[in-house]
Design a protein around this ligand. Sequence first.
Ligand SMILES: [Zn+2]
Ligand SMILES: [Zn+2]
Length: 393
Amino acid sequence: MTTTVSEPIAARATAIRREIHRHPELGFEETNTQAIVERELDAIGVEHRRIAKTGVVGIVRGAHPGHVSGLRADMDALPITEDSGEECTSQIAGKMHACGHDSHTAMLLGAARVLQESRESFHGTAVLLFQPAEEGPGGALPMIEEGALDDPHVEAVTMLHIDPRVPTGSIGITPGPVNAAADEFHITIRGKGGHGAYPHKAVDVIPCVGATILALQNVAARETDPLASIVVTIGTIEAGYRNNVIADKAFMTGTLRTHDAAIRETAAEKIRRIVEHVAEAYGAHAHVEMLLGYPPVVNDRELAASFAAYAREQGFTVERPAPTMGGEDFAYFAERVPGVMVRLGIYNEAVGSIHSGHSPQFRLDEGAIPTGIATLVAFARGVGDGSIPIPAR
Ligand SMILES: [Zn+2]
Ligand SMILES: [Zn+2]
């Protein structure tokens, strides 16, 4: 076992990453990326099928019996115009692989090749889960509903996500919740319009909006255990017509991020209570609509611990980065079977790999690609031969 991969495999994965990077595709439009995945799997003789419109499931069967692992890579890009200065910069205005999903797909193809070429010493089966639309509306759930984890039955699942908090060459494995539930809320406040000079004859929603935003800070600041994780953000406000007209309605949107199911549920109730009663205090009327997003990603504690120990044994440098409040629909896979999300270090000042994902300046240190491939291979081999035990559920 090794923590890196051969030069030709790393070079091929890097070339594929650049090819995908030049042609970014948004959620459920990944037809070109899907074709690249199929082309590469055909080239190495790995069986595959289409799933969830633009997704692909591939299967590498080891020569020896063993357990079934799932390796997941997302494929979609973001609606951002690239300003990274990378040589393989996006050829499509308004679309960019700013979250590293191009590299996730390329690294899974690299891992598929390593496993396929070493089938004679591979115990078990690796199910390759090439997933569309992670950035929205979500491809994990449709893949699961179409049987991605069923035939053969996946017993433990992993994924890589590039992470500029971790240096290139290292990986990060953290047990428990690592990404947040990402829920959305819409607030509509209704008052009574009128002349800006005669406020007493109207119900002005503008001061009500201000009071609502301030009062909502109480959900995190005063009403949630300070040791728990929560974010309440108002992202947009729309209200008003002109300087001398009293606004009769306002519309706001926000995001609620939590790690814990109970806190997620009670926070939604707190938002509703505060918004409705502040409006009442101002003589207005408010309505809150909660739109549930991805659940939190919870790394199986046993699986995370045993994979981290196994990876260290193999010579990987394994860190334990803090959880984040970002969202990830890998959550659905990890709800169905024991799962562990691995952070792949890409921080490298020398190549400008320092920006956070979703930034137009985001650059990826391709030096991380061999480590990423080796990590996926280690998981498949470790789960396959029982070195990484499948936790009971
Ligand atoms: Zn992203
Ligand atoms: Zn991402």
